[in-house]
Design a protein. Structure first.
Length: 171
């Protein structure tokens, strides 16, 4: 388990110009802030060939204007990250030099970016025919065709489901 607290000074802000100029806003360092949270991770071997890992993160961010700041963002940076994240991973060594890994993750929403919470699953089937060669088939984001992870709606790109094969040769 890990806990943390960080304090930030002079964070980016959007300051109003007085009197109004051609551009009524300039980028400044008119905000202070703090972040705090905790992370818990556990690992357990169900057998000598099967390992499970799980983790949970809780994060809070608070941002406020410094005295005299004319910041217009009103602490929008507070919600650029999800408050909660959870993962569960399984790794199994199978017979015939095969391995299977699967990872599930659940991510909280990002309110000010209108990014909804989502859950996804990645999986990998690997075969190691020799100590120098690995072949694998990987599936990413298998639960949905696409999902948003971050960014404002107008500029956001969705993350799509993907399936690919990989060859790794070590020499």
């Amino acid at each position: 388990m890990a806990t943390f607290y960080s304090r930030y000074y002079g964070l980016r802000s959007l300051e109003q110009v007085n009197p109004p100029a051609a551009s009524p806003l300039v980028i400044g360092n008119g905000q202070d802030g703090e972040s705090f949270g905790a992370e818990v991770t556990a690992e357990y071997w169900l057998t000598n060939r099967w390992r499970m890992r799980a983790g949970y993160t809780e994060l809070r961010v608070h941002v406020w204007p410094k005295p005299g700041s004319t910041d217009t963002s009103r602490g929008a940076a507070e919600s650029h990250t999800p408050d909660r994240q959870f993962f569960l991973q399984s790794s199994v060594a199978l017979p015939a030099h095969l391995g299977f890994d699967a990872g599930f993750r659940a991510i909280d929403d990002i309110t000010n970016q209108q990014v909804p919470a989502y859950a996804e699953l990645n999986a990998k089937l690997a075969w190691q025919p020799s100590s120098k060669l690995d072949l694998s088939l990987v599936g990413q984001n298998l639960l949905h065709r696409r999902h948003a992870e971050f960014g404002a709606p107008a500029a956001r790109r969705d993350i799509e489901r993907g399936v690919y094969g990989a060859v790794e040769w070590r020499f």
